[in-house]
Design a binder for this molecule. Structure first.
Ligand code: PLP
Length: 234
């Protein structure tokens, strides 16, 4: 299997899942997740038509970015946990931060965006499973409310929606209730009409469960292994 043929197969599976849910496959973006992989993997996927990529670590991506300079219209999102002290570097390297999990981080990203004269797209990461080892804000928490309260002041952030990584289960169906919770949270927030908060993006679903996530309303699936093969274990 090649990266190109894997991408084709995944686009087919996205189309079928969307069809089952009576959704338009065009509503579902495919993000290639390239953590731990060399820039050559990203270039190969780009040549096969892939444009949207997700990376997990600022330092790791900063080492690849020079090799990717010719991929003019590729977009790179930060999807891993981001420490506030790395916000300036992340704001410089990425077009979007999909893992916002505190008002403090938003402050830092906004300040960095202001310095760079750049508007950053942002998703709020929600820890739907309440797992202690996972990042993300708890739904219905004071931390989440403090993010909402800050949004109107962060002129260099465009909050676009929610992201989640649910608890892992072998059976892809195990993710369904968490994906549904994220969608229902989105719907409740949309009904509040919070100033500056757009909720058009729901980033959920990975290699083993993206079809279930699409059935539950995902608009962005983040896929590593099913495109690029197994990552070397650290
Ligand atoms: C690694 C990773 C993915 C992709 O995982 P696969 O199982 O390889 O598809 C998606 N989202 C996040 C946040 C990740 O860290």
């Amino acid at each position: 299997m090649t990266i190109a043929s894997n991408l084709t197969a995944i686009h087919d599976r996205i189309a079928h899942a969307a069809q089952r849910a009576q959704r338009n496959a065009g509503e579902v973006a495919l993000m290639g997740v390239t953590k731990t992989l060399g820039a050559n993997y990203i270039i190969e996927a780009y040549e096969a038509g892939q444009r949207l990529f997700g990376e997990n670590r600022v330092q790791e991506f900063s080492e690849k970015v020079a090799a990717l300079a010719s991929l003019r219209d590729a977009r790179f999102h930060m999807i891993g946990h981001l420490q506030s002290n790395k916000a300036p570097k992340a704001a410089e390297l990425f077009s979007a931060i999909d893992s916002l999990d505190s008002a403090k981080l938003a402050e830092r990203l906004n300040a960095a965006g202001e310095k760079l004269g750049k508007a950053l797209e942002v998703l709020i990461e929600i820890n739907v499973g309440g797992e202690e080892a996972k990042s993300g804000v708890a739904p219905n928490s004071p931390q989440l409310e403090s993010i909402f309260a800050g949004i109107p002041t962060w002129k260099h952030l465009r909050i676009r929606g929610l992201m989640t990584v649910p608890p892992f289960t072998e059976d892809p169906e195990g993710g369904r209730s968490y994906f549904r919770q994220l969608r229902e949270l989105r719907d409740r927030l949309a009904a509040r009409n919070l100033p500056g908060l757009a909720l058009d993006i729901l980033s959920m679903g990975m290699s083993h469960d993206f079809e279930v996530a699409i059935e539950e309303g995902s608009t962005c699936v983040r896929i590593g292994t099913a495109i690029f093969g197994d990552r070397a274990k650290p």
